[in-house]
Design a protein around this ligand. Structure first.
Ligand SMILES: *Cc1c(COP(=O)(O)O)cnc(C)c1O
Length: 218
């Protein structure tokens, strides 16, 4: 067993525990292990250590890994940009949660191809950075309601964001607080925010699902 992987995972679990208890004893946070930079043996090692939820950001890689690791009872999350020509491939993997619905058009295109409900999140561009996907915070509630209304097979369970790309913790915090507010306004179940560099802050801002990659492998 990879001892470094074990100690990295242990530290992350401990960090989660400390942060979530500062919010409330009832605040439960789920860890999604992001595996886009690692190999399938490492995913097997993480499984042995108890990790069950994994995230990939490319449909192709999600397809090949969910097939290769079919023998394990894993929960797959899709966290990347979804191109319309990959929708059918994504649906075939039967993902546990798709974090990255970022327009009504995309939601409708997915909905049309679905034969049974799929759990999804609406991605929010909470920092306003041009390079980031997601809907503008001011439009998020409207778009959320429209998707709920027009896409009967999209089970919209909440929101996802990537924190501001900044050294300034205040700016990162602001992007998380903006997302947290939308999470509340939409009466949602899942608030997916926090990555390797900012998951503690994200939890303190109310995240209940973090997506951590590089901190597991460093
Ligand atoms: C890669 C990725 C992550 C994990 O990033 P790390 O900083 O390596 O933890 C989380 N969310 C999304 C959407 C990603 O693409």
């Amino acid at each position: 067993m990879n001892e470094k992987l074990r100690s990295n995972l242990d530290r992350i679990i401990w960090d989660i525990e400390e942060a979530r208890l500062q919010v409330s004893a009832h605040h439960i946070v789920k860890l999604v292990g992001v595996t886009k930079y690692t190999d399938t043996q490492t995913i097997r090692d993480l499984y042995e250590l108890g990790q069950r939820a994994f995230g990939e950001s490319k449909v192709q890689q999600l397809v090949s890994r969910s097939e290769e690791l079919e023998d394990l009872p894993l929960e797959w999350h899709f966290i990347g940009r979804l191109q319309k020509n990959k929708i059918n491939h994504l649906i075939k993997t039967n993902p546990s949660l798709v974090h990255s619905i970022d327009s009504v058009e995309l939601a409708e295109a997915v909905n049309k191809r679905l034969e049974r409900p799929m759990n999804c999140l609406l991605q929010i561009n909470s920092s306003g950075e041009a390079s980031k996907a997601g809907v503008a915070p001011e439009e998020a509630k409207d778009i959320f309601d429209r998707i709920k209304e027009s896409c009967e097979r999209i089970n919209l369970k909440g929101v996802m964001t990537i924190g501001a790309h900044s050294e300034d913790e205040k700016l990162i915090q602001k992007s998380f607080e903006t997302t947290r507010k939308i999470f509340e306004d939409t009466n949602s179940e899942i608030c997916s925010m926090g990555m390797s560099g900012d998951y503690k802050l994200a939890i303190l801002c109310g995240s209940n699902m973090i997506r951590v990659g590089s901190a597991l492998y460093k």
